[in-house]
Design a protein around this ligand. Structure first.
Ligand code: ADP
Length: 630
């Protein structure tokens, strides 16, 4: 087959543009990225070799990553005996971007254009193979797929303009050699000592030997250097499987580098959780809480979960069975000594060890959150801002652990300053002696909620109300029902304790007016009644308990969900002058009562964030009333 020229996918061109006009101050990480790819490729070869002898034989199992640096020619080659790529795979893998996070990133960059934004965004993801172009003006990859019957290799070449070429080539064994031709100004990065330093700084934990030929003077029998020289292959990295080591033996720097290797995150993790589980299920875990949520946290098909190793072999890059969905942001490695080596996804789902491992991990992670909340509140605040919304899903989906998870929830309330948060235990400690329930109000943001008429009654009694501003809070806390034996009550719904203050005598006084309003509103409402929820406002609409409130209704609608609009109860404030006057003066004016009822209903709809059914009619009526007053 002849030389074939191909265009890079648009996103790759965009990415290369950013990479080349280097926004990265730290160019040397190109080597880490390429070593990381080589290590991943060996992981795959090793795993496939377990079941496919052809893969095993084509290149042997003396796994290694060799660095060949030629400062005179200005080239460096990273050679591995991993899985390799066939022609189609090379075109696909080295010409497109698979990571949805990277695509998302590019979209943001394109939309922003500000280089300060780009700099802060770029820290959030790795560019992998394409980082080679930070230092090289041309790159080749000579690759051969292990165990491929066609037995031919592929030579991929690019100078990063907008295209690359592929052609057939010769290569004795399976694996990949990536060769970089360095730009003049970056040639200093490939001398022996720099390479050594880069490898030990960023890739020391890599499981396979990263080797390099080193030429040194031969020593005589007294240990003195002679004129003669010899070349030996030296292993540069210490190859420690970090998760198998004692916590005390690992430095924070090693952990951070390892995290970056496995997560494609450029930022350091917020916290590390390492432990060895003994007993019913024996495993090692090294887990990380990232500092920032990846772009794809809310994508339906994200791959999540720590890597799974069994007896020193990587079985899966993401093992979803090891963590529940609400901990999908946790990265890391789990190595088990109880699982069989040939474990597949299907077997995994029925294996009895897996739920035990998961349970253990969840407990450790939730404990780590609780500890962070107690001992490092500032850090926890950062964590919560990134992942709180996801964590809260656990209250809904993990019934058994809903209380410990709810304990971790942070929120603002009528008792906190804007931007400051509190939690449920603190809320309960501030509850009035006669207060039975935990009050909350849902909405888009604190600003909107703070001035909500629904809070008037509680505010006047100095009762604290929680501001819940995440989309699904109402569903989550509504279904949770209670915390520490105190019920959650939405102030937008149902009966409130404060309503007990509306005494029978008042109800009697307003009986007639209420009946008339009810009659004129007809089907629009389920009921009309008095309330002490309000102080300055005359009316409001409330949903019945258990039904989605107005905020939720709007959200569901915006998401394209079919929403049965729940009919509301119209509540009247008997202490409001307007309502009082209506009672006293409108008894004999059915027409006016009917008009006023519609106006009151429309007002209440506005107050709950909705709109009058017939806006033109509403405005006409208002104008008419204003006119008649002049
Ligand atoms: P990532 O490694 O994050 O998937 P890269 O851009 O670094 O992204 O690499 C893209 C793909 O190219 C990899 O997923 C892999 O399939 C392939 N690849 C890169 N380097 C190698 C290699 N040394 N051996 C085999 N495949 C490789």
């Amino acid at each position: 087959m002849a030389v074939e020229q191909k265009q890079f996918q648009t996103e790759v061109s965009q990415l290369l543009d950013i990479v080349i006009h280097s926004l990265y101050s730290n160019k040397e990480i190109f080597l880490r990225e390429l070593i990381s790819n080589a290590s991943d490729a060996i992981d795959k070869a090793r795993y496939e070799g377990l079941t496919n002898p052809a893969v095993q034989e084509d290149g042997g199992s003396d796994w290694k990553i060799k660095i060949i640096s030629d400062p005179a020619a200005g080239t460096i080659t990273i050679s591995d005996n991993g899985i390799g790529m066939n022609r189609e795979e090379a075109i696909e893998s080295l010409g497109t971007i698979a990571h949805s996070g990277t695509k998302e990133f590019l979209k943001k960059v394109a939309g922003s254009g500000k280089s300060s934004d780009i700099n802060s965004l770029i820290g959030q993801f790795g560019v992998g193979f394409y980082s080679a172009f930070m230092v090289a003006d041309s790159v080749t990859a000579l690759t051969r797929k292990r165990g491929d019957k066609r037995n031919t290799a592929t030579l991929w070449k690019s100078d990063a303009k907008s295209s690359f070429t592929v052609e057939e080539a010769d290569k004795a064994t399976g694996g990949t050699d990536v060769t970089l031709h360095l730009r003049e100004e970056d040639k200093n990065l490939i001398n022996e000592w720099t390479v050594r330093r880069i490898v030990t700084t960023y890739s020391d934990y890599i499981e396979y030997p990263v080797v390099m030929d080193v030429t040194k003077p031969v020593k005589d029998k007294d240990g003195k250097s002679t004129e003669e020289k010899e070349t030996t292959e030296e292993t540069l990295n210490s190859r420690k499987a970090l998760w198998l080591k004692d916590r005390a033996e690992i430095t924070a720097e090693e952990q951070n580098q390892f995290y970056k290797h496995i997560s494609h995150d450029f930022a350091e993790p917020l916290k590390t959780v390492q432990f060895k589980a003994e007993g019913a299920s024996e495993f090692y875990a090294l887990l990380f809480i990232p500092a920032r949520a990846p772009f794809d946290m809310f994508h339906k098909d994200i791959k999540y979960g720590p890597m799974l190793y069994v007896k020193r072999v990587q079985i899966m890059e993401h093992c979803e069975e090891l963590v529940p969905q609400y901990l999908r942001f946790i990265a890391g490695v789990v190595e088990s000594y109880d699982l069989p080596l040939n474990i597949s996804r299907e077997i995994l789902q029925h294996n009895r060890q897996i739920p035990l491992i998961q349970k253990n991990i969840v407990r450790k992670i939730l404990d780590a959150f609780a500890e962070m909340k107690r001992d490092e509140p500032d850090k926890y605040k950062k964590f919560y801002a990134e992942f709180g919304k996801i964590l809260k899903e656990g209250i809904h989906y993990d019934y058994e652990r809903r209380e410990p998870i709810a304990k971790l929830v942070m929120f603002e309330s009528t008792a906190t300053k804007p931007g400051e948060t509190t939690d449920l235990d603190e809320y309960i400690s501030r509850m009035k002696s006669d207060q039975k329930d935990i009050y909350y109000i849902t909405g888009a943001n604190r600003n909107d909620l703070e001035n909500s008429p629904y809070l008037e009654g509680l505010k006047s009694k100095d009762t604290e109300v929680i501001f819940m501003t995440d989309e699904f809070d109402d569903i989550i806390f509504g279904t949770m029902g209670s915390y520490a034996e105190k019920s959650f009550k939405s102030v937008l719904k149902g009966d409130l304790d404060v309503n007990a203050e509306v005494n029978e005598e008042k109800v009697k006084q307003y009986e007639e007016l209420i009946a008339k309003i009810k009659e004129s509103l007809g089907e629009k409402v389920v009921d009309v009644r008095l309330t002490s929820r309000l102080k300055d406002s005359a009316v409001c609409l409330v949903t019945k308990e258990g039904a989605p409130d107005a905020h939720m209704e709007r959200l569901l609608k915006a998401m394209g969900q079919p929403v049965p609009i729940a009919k509301r109860t119209l509540e009247l404030n008997p202490d409001h002058t307007l309502i009082k006057k209506m009672k006293e003066e409108l008894a004999g004016k059915p027409e006016t009562i009917s008009e006023y009822s519609t106006l009151l209903y429309d007002q209440a709809a506005l107050l709950e964030g909705g709109r009058p059914e017939n806006i033109a009619a509403f405005i006409n009526k208002m104008t008419e009333l204003m006119n008649s007053n002049l």
